[in-house]
Design a protein around this ligand. Structure first.
Ligand SMILES: [Zn+2]
Length: 128
């Protein structure tokens, strides 16, 4: 049985985020990009995170801090625009994580995405 995709879509990794992380396909929507970036956080794929981070807001060291959280699940709460015909959109999500052995937390954010040269990129987000 194929491994489930870490993003929680219900699809297999091979049939969901893997083609995006490998650069074999571009995420068609802001939500798909958001899911693939969550999967990249789970897999500590700094190169993919850097490649999908808008140049204006990308940290100098994307890998910094990547090892600190254990990600336990993603819930997409809502989206605005960000579809195949759009150039911008937002995705609101909760990402559950454990830090250390016992501390559980969640990261809730409304993220902004724009399309640059046909490819969705993460710009920034508001914590909520
Ligand atoms: Zn996925």
């Amino acid at each position: 049985m194929a491994a489930a995709c870490p993003c929680g879509s219900g699809a297999s990794f091979a049939g969901c985020c893997r083609p995006y992380l490998r650069g074999e396909a571009d995420a068609p929507t802001a939500e798909a990009l958001m899911r693939s970036r969550y999967t990249a956080f789970v897999r500590r794929d700094a190169a993919y995170l850097a490649s999908t981070w808008h140049a204006s807001t990308r940290p100098l060291d994307v890998a910094e801090g990547l090892d600190e959280a254990e990600w336990r699940g993603l819930e997409i709460l809502g989206t605005t625009d960000g579809l195949e015909g759009d150039d911008a959109g937002t995705v609101t999500f909760v990402a559950h994580h454990a830090t250390g052995a016992i501390s559980m937390g969640q990261h809730r954010e409304t993220s902004r995405f724009v399309r640059v040269d046909g490819r969705w990129q993460y710009v920034d987000g508001d914590l909520s």
